[in-house]
Design a protein around this ligand. Structure first.
Ligand SMILES: [Zn+2]
Length: 266
């Protein structure tokens, strides 16, 4: 999988594939199995007891995205919500100088394009893919209709929205008050939690870009972490070897990932 990160690339229309409709029931009886694409899934759309699958957005379709592809830029009307499968999106604040800062990442645990919930709202940040992969998307109207008829789906979506809002607020304070070394430790742990993987496909250049700092500062910090055995860095892959050391080095902004919405038994 190509994980090369090229910020801000907008390169033509998205590739769209038709998605089996919810009513295309499979032999297993799972009414939305057609949306899940085998091992690929999105947590918010997973079949759960509390959520009627018929209430999920009616026009969900699968798209393929490439790393760096912008799906909705700042100031554009947010016409779709994106529910990543293998893809991962980020919200990025881009200044007129071209400087940018990654605010939050969204993978298969959530959805991107939250202004779609309110209809006709404009995107306050750039939304771009940070890896090649696939995602489901639906129109803003279909999302709003689903939220209106399914309190359970609404609760899941709102919980994720709250989590991302918290992340964005914390990122603002973290960027202002904490060191690059602390922020790198936090970023590595957060991303490892989010992907359930201690191996992260990211170059040092992409990491510097995500944090809005120089490549030199990232290289120095990563070298330090390698020296103390907390991290291994090979070509395009960062491997977390000692989470305890990384936690000790991270700022207070690091919060272990909470259980997925809807998994707490309520
Ligand atoms: Zn911090």
């Amino acid at each position: 999988m190509n994980r090369t990160h090229v910020p801000g690339k907008r390169d033509g229309p998205l590739r769209v594939s038709p998605v089996s409709h919810q009513k295309d029931r499979t032999p297993s009886g799972n009414p939305i199995a057609g949306l899940l694409y085998g091992t690929e899934t999105n947590v918010l759309l997973m079949p759960q007891q509390d959520c009627d699958p018929e209430a999920l957005p009616a026009d969900l379709e699968r798209i393929d995205v490439r790393a760096g592809q912008v799906v909705c830029d700042r100031g554009e009307p947010c016409e779709h919500a994106y529910f990543p499968l293998s893809a991962c999106f980020c919200y990025r604040c881009v200044l007129s100088s071209g400087a940018s800062l990654e605010l939050a990442r969204i993978g298969c645990e959530g959805f991107a394009g939250w202004p779609a919930m309110t209809g006709g709202a404009f995107m306050p940040f750039r939304t771009e893919a940070v890896s090649d992969g696939s995602s489901l998307r639906c129109s803003a109207q279909a999302l709003q209709e689903s939220l209106a008829v399914s309190p359970a789906f609404q609760q899941r979506v709102m919980r994720h929205f709250q989590a991302v809002s918290d992340e964005i607020a914390r990122t603002a304070a973290c960027t202002r008050f904490h060191t690059v070394n602390q922020r790198i430790c936090r970023w590595l742990l957060t991303e490892s939690d989010r992907t359930s993987n201690n191996e992260l496909d990211i170059t040092l250049t992409a990491l510097a870009d995500a944090l809005g700092v120089s490549s030199r500062a990232v290289s120095a910090a990563v070298h330090q972490l390698q020296q103390c055995g907390a991290l291994e860095c090979t070509r395009g892959v960062l491997r977390l070897l000692d989470r305890g050391t990384l936690k000790a080095g991270a700022c207070e902004c690091y919060r272990p990932l909470q259980p997925p919405a809807g998994d707490d038994g309520d």
